[in-house]
Design a protein. Structure first.
Length: 229
């Protein structure tokens, strides 16, 4: 559960950034897999594992201190996530969950879509690099981490064609897909795709967090997120 704080607070956090040049040099064609593992590992675990110039194993790979840049930053937090105490009602949540899924499942042009209300969708945004080369994956991972640190529930996927990834995210019930392409490298804009009707808009990634918060809070429609594509 995410709870908004009355006043923002400043907290010290460990910040981990992959050193792309060294990772590409040492892991070659496994570059993307190693970067994803590093980005998905708890920063404290990485820091402890790499202390005193030692190495840490992530999956099938040995990560050395020169593969990551670890620093401490002061981050402003506007809310906190916590696990609430769970009350087990006698009627059982399974039926409620099944009813939600049955209501949300639909088909559009022969494809399955799980139209979960944005208030209950477990993943809010999917981040996709259009291609896995030319610096686009690195930019996509940067945006992915930005959104995570801003309190969004985000999913990253760079496998398969962009069309197949859209199909998967629709079936998972993810309301928005954010795609980075070659134009992103030129003007810092991205494409946002609506799960329910497949409409797309183009918007800047500068200040995108505030727009997304307004959308997920129901304050603005999808069309207000950017210019139609």
């Amino acid at each position: 559960v995410y709870k908004q704080l009355e006043k923002p607070i400043s907290v010290r956090k460990i910040w981990v950034e992959p050193v792309y040049e060294t990772i590409r040099r040492d892991f070659g064609e496994n570059f993307n897999a190693v970067v994803k593992l590093i980005m998905g590992t708890n920063p404290e675990i990485l820091t402890e594992g790499l202390a005193n110039n030692s190495v840490i194993r992530l999956g099938d790979y040995l990560i050395k201190p020169e593969h990551v840049k670890i620093s401490e930053r002061i981050v402003e937090e506007k809310g906190k996530r916590f696990i609430p105490h769970v009350i087990e009602p006698s009627f059982g949540l399974e039926r409620v969950f099944y009813a939600v899924l049955e209501y949300a499942y639909t088909e559009y042009e022969g494809r399955a879509i799980l139209k979960l209300p944005i208030a209950v969708a477990p993943i809010q945004i999917a981040v996709y690099p259009l291609v896995t080369k030319d610096g686009i994956p690195e930019k996509a991972l940067e945006v992915y981490k930005r959104l995570l640190n801003s309190g969004f529930d985000v999913y990253y996927d760079d496998s398969g064609s962009i069309g197949r990834r859209y199909v998967r995210s629709d079936e998972m019930g993810i309301p928005l897909a954010l795609t980075l392409d070659y134009q992103t490298l030129q003007d810092d804009t991205v494409t946002l795709r609506n799960r329910d009707n497949w409409r797309q808009v183009r918007t800047s990634i500068n200040g995108i967090e505030d727009k997304l918060r307004s959308f997920f809070a129901g304050k603005i429609p999808f069309e207000a997120l950017g210019e139609p594509v």
